[in-house]
Design a protein around this ligand. Structure first.
Ligand SMILES: *Cc1c(COP(=O)(O)O)cnc(C)c1O
Length: 636
C-alpha cells in the first residue's frame, strides 16, 4: 500500500481549517472531538462514540450532538464581547440573545440558556410558537427576550403577559401597523411594553441573504417610518417605551466590510435618535456572524474573511467611535448570533451502504462469431497504449455513439451492446490511469476524474439532514470518521437513499478547492464505513422535510467527561421517527393499515394459500416494520 500519513489526510479534508478547533484527526486515523474549549486535554474519539452507539443498538443515520461544543460557543461569544468591551473602555454591556429559529430543539435551547446564565444571555423568537417556547425557557429577569417577525394580537398579548411576569421582553416593530396594535393593546391591558424599532438599513449584505436589508427588504421601517413611529409614541405618551434599535442585514455575512458598514449606519441612526430625545438603551445588531464551512477564510458564500474576535472588535470599537463623535452614551449591545452558536455542535453520521460504479462490471467481452465490426473496433482500443490518449478517447467515444445508433436500428443485439459499454468504460479507465495528473492539458480528459468517479450510497436523506446543500448550494464538510491513516483510493460523490436524483451531495472540500467528488476509502465487505457530515447544527437540524417520508433521525447527546471511559458519555438517546409516526403526520391511520393487511393475509389463509403460522409471521412483520426505522436497516 502506498504511503499515507494523517498529515496528508488533514491536507485533503482540511479538518483544522473549518473546525474551529473542535475536530481534528487523531494519530490512530480517527476523528477526534475537542468539545470543551476550557479543557483542551479532553479528547473524544468519534469512532469510540460510534462503537458505543452500535453496541446500544442505535441505527444509522444518526445525529450526534456535543453539548460541550454548544456551551463553548456561548462562552466564547459572551466572554469575547465582555473582554473587548473592557479593553475598549466601552460604557455599555453585552446582553446577547440566541435566535431559536436556528435550532429550536428543546435540549439545544436548554443548554444554551444554562451556559448563558452567568452572562444574562437571552433568547429571540420570530413566531408565536417560538415565543411560547421562549417564555417558558428564559426565566432570567435580567436576560432579554427579543421578539421579531410579523405579529398579530395574540403574539403581542403574549409579549405583554411576559412583561407582567417581570421579563425584559422587547417587541421589535417590523411594520408600522404593529406599533398601532401594540400601543392600543398595552393601553387596554395597562401594561407597559418595551419597544424595539427595526431599521430597514441602506447597506446591502452580499450572498444568499442579501435581500434581508435594503429598501426592498421584507422587514423593518424606513427612516421616515421610524420618525413617524417616534411621533406616534410621543402622541400616546409612550416614547419612554422605545428602548432598542434593531437591524439584521442577513445571515452568513462573508465579508467583514459589510459588517463594518452596517455598524456605522446602525450606530449613526442610534445616536441621532438619542439626540432627538428617544431614550434608547440597546443597539441590536442582529445575526450574520458567519461560519467558515469550506475552510478557505474567504468571501465565498460558504466562508467568511474574518474571525469572531475581529467581528466583535469591529462592533464594539465601531459603535464607540460613532457614539463618542455624536456625544451620546454608549448603548448596551445586543447581537442575535444563531449560526455561530449552533453550527459546530452537531453532525450527521451515516453508513455507506453501497457503491454505484461507472466501471468494473464483470462481463465476458471475448469475440463471438460474426460479431459486428463496431464491437471488434472497440476491442482493438482496449489495452492499446500506443495511440495518443486524446485520439484513443475520441475513437472510443465515436464507436460508442455509433453503437447506440446501430442498437436503435436493431443492428446490434443486447450482448453486443453490453460488450461495447463495458469496453468503453475499461478504455476510459486505462486512459485516466495513463495520464500525468499534474500536467492536464486536455479539457475533455480532465473531466474523466468526474466521469469515472463512483457514487457512494449514504443511508440518509439530503432533504431531511442537509436541506441547504440542496436548496442553496451550501457546502458542508464531509469526512470519514476513521481510516484517515489509510490512503483513500476511490474518487466518489455521495448519493442519498431518496428516490430523487437531486438527493446527492456533489460539493466537497478537497484541499483548498471545492470538488464534485473526493477521495474516500475502498469499502470493505464486513466493515461498516461511517462518514460524518459536519457543522449541521445551524438550520440543517431543524429544516429537514419529509421527502420520501424518511423523517427525523435518531439523536444521541454526548457530554465530555474526563472520568468516563473514552472521556465521554451518552446522556440521552432520542429515537428517530418510526415509519408509523411519519405516516401519521400525513394523515394515515396505521392501525387501519395493519388491519387491512391482516385481513388480506387471513383471506389467503382461508383459501389455503398461506399456512396459518406463516400468516401470523407476515402480519407481525408488517407491524414490526411500521414501528421500525424509516431508513435502511443494515444490521442483521
Ligand atoms: C435568522 C435571524 C437571525 C440569526 O442569524 P444568524 O446569521 O444565524 O446568526 C438573527 N436575527 C434575525 C432577525 C433573524 O431573522
Amino acid at each position: 500500500m502506498s504511503h499515507w500519513s494523517i498529515d496528508e489526510a488533514e491536507e485533503l479534508y482540511g479538518v483544522k481549517r473549518w473546525s474551529a478547533g473542535y475536530f481534528s484527526i487523531g494519530e490512530n486515523g480517527n476523528i477526534q472531538v475537542n468539545a470543551d474549549h476550557r479543557r483542551p486535554d479532553v479528547k473524544i474519539d468519534l469512532k469510540e462514540v460510534i462503537d458505543e452507539m452500535v453496541a446500544e443498538g442505535i441505527q444509522f443515520p444518526a445525529v450526534i450532538r456535543f453539548h460541550d461544543v454548544l456551551r463553548s460557543q456561548v462562552e466564547i461569544l459572551n466572554e469575547t464581547f465582555r473582554n473587548t468591551i473592557q479593553q475598549a473602555n466601552f460604557q455599555g454591556q453585552y446582553v446577547g440573545v440566541y435566535p431559536v429559529k436556528v435550532n429550536q430543539m428543546r435540549e439545544v435551547v436548554e443548554e444554551i440558556v444554562d451556559a448563558g446564565e452567568p452572562y444574562n444571555y437571552g433568547l429571540e423568537a420570530g413566531s408565536k410558537p417560538e415565543l411560547m417556547a421562549v417564555m417558558a425557557y428564559n426565566e432570567n429577569p435580567e436576560a432579554l427576550t427579543v421578539l421579531n417577525g410579523y405579529k398579530d394580537e395574540d403574539y403581542l398579548t403574549l409579549a405583554l403577559l411576559g412583561r407582567r411576569l417581570g421579563r425584559k421582553i422587547i417587541v421589535v416593530v417590523e411594520k408600522f401597523s404593529e406599533l398601532e396594535m401594540l400601543v392600543a393593546l398595552s393601553q387596554k391591558l395597562n401594561i407597559e411594553p418595551m419597544i424595539g424599532l427595526r431599521s430597514k438599513m441602506m447597506v446591502k449584505s452580499q450572498g444568499k441573504w442579501a435581500s434581508s436589508s435594503g429598501e426592498r427588504a421584507k422587514f423593518g421601517l424606513s427612516i421616515a417610518e421610524i420618525l413617524n413611529a417616534i411621533e406616534y409614541l410621543k402622541k400616546h405618551d409612550m416614547l419612554h417605551c422605545a428602548k432598542l434599535l434593531h437591524y439584521h442585514i442577513g445571515s452568513q455575512i462573508s465579508d467583514i466590510r459589510k459588517i463594518k458598514e452596517a455598524v456605522t449606519e446602525g450606530a449613526r441612526l442610534y445616536a441621532k435618535l438619542v439626540q432627538m430625545g428617544v431614550p434608547m438603551e440597546y443597539l441590536d445588531i442582529g445575526g450574520g456572524l458567519g461560519i467558515d464551512y469550506d475552510g478557505t477564510s474567504s468571501t465565498t458564500d460558504s466562508s467568511r474573511n474574518y474571525s469572531t474576535d475581529e467581528y466583535i472588535a469591529d462592533v464594539v470599537y465601531g459603535v464607540k467611535q460613532i457614539c463618542d463623535l455624536e456625544e451620546v452614551p454608549h448603548p448596551n449591545l445586543v447581537s442575535e448570533s444563531g449560526r455561530a452558536i449552533t453550527a459546530y455542535h452537531s453532525m450527521v453520521v451515516t453508513n455507506v451502504v453501497g457503491e454505484i460504479k461507472a466501471t468494473g462490471t464483470q462481463f465476458d467481452i471475448s469475440p463471438s462469431d460474426g460479431e459486428h465490426v463496431l464491437v471488434s473496433n472497440m476491442r482493438e482500443l482496449v489495452g492499446e497504449r500506443t495511440l495518443h490518449p486524446q485520439e484513443r478517447y475520441n475513437d472510443a467515444a465515436s464507436f460508442k455513439e455509433s453503437a447506440f445508433e446501430a442498437f436503435k436500428l436493431g443492428v446490434l443485439d443486447l450482448p453486443e451492446m453490453a460488450k461495447i459499454d463495458v469496453m468503453y468504460w475499461q478504455i476510459l479507465t486505462e486512459i485516466h490511469q495513463s495520464l500525468d495528473h499534474d500536467n492536464f492539458v486536455i479539457q475533455e480528459l480532465e473531466d474523466l476524474d468526474n466521469t469515472l468517479a463512483s457514487q457512494y450510497l449514504g443511508n440518509f436523506s439530503v432533504f431531511q439532514s442537509a436541506a441547504d446543500t440542496w436548496a442553496i448550494g451550501q457546502l458542508l464538510p464531509i469526512v470519514p470518521i476513521s481510516r484517515l491513516n489509510e490512503k483513500p483510493t476511490v474518487r466518489a460523490s455521495i448519493a442519498d437513499i431518496t428516490c430523487d436524483s437531486d438527493g446527492k451531495i456533489s460539493k466537497f472540500i478537497e484541499g483548498t478547492q471545492v470538488s464534485e467528488n473526493i477521495p474516500l476509502h475502498k469499502l470493505k465487505k464486513d466493515e461498516p464505513y461511517h462518514i460524518g457530515m459536519f457543522l449541521t447544527g445551524a438550520y440543517q437540524d431543524v429544516m429537514g422535510d419529509m421527502h420520501n417520508l424518511f423523517g427525523r433521525l435518531t439523536e444521541v447527546h454526548i457530554f465530555a467527561h474526563d472520568e468516563a471511559d473514552g472521556d465521554f458519555y451518552i446522556e440521552e438517546i432520542v429515537p428517530g421517527n418510526s415509519a408509523a409516526r411519519v405516516l401519521e403526520t400525513m394523515q394515515y391511520n396505521t392501525d387501519y393499515m395493519a388491519k387491512v393487511v391482516k385481513k388480506a393475509v387471513d383471506k389467503q389463509i382461508r383459501k389455503g394459500n398461506i399456512a396459518p403460522r406463516e400468516g401470523v409471521r407476515w402480519t407481525d412483520f408488517y407491524e414490526k416494520c411500521l414501528e421500525g426505522s424509516t431508513y435502511l436497516r443494515t444490521e442483521k
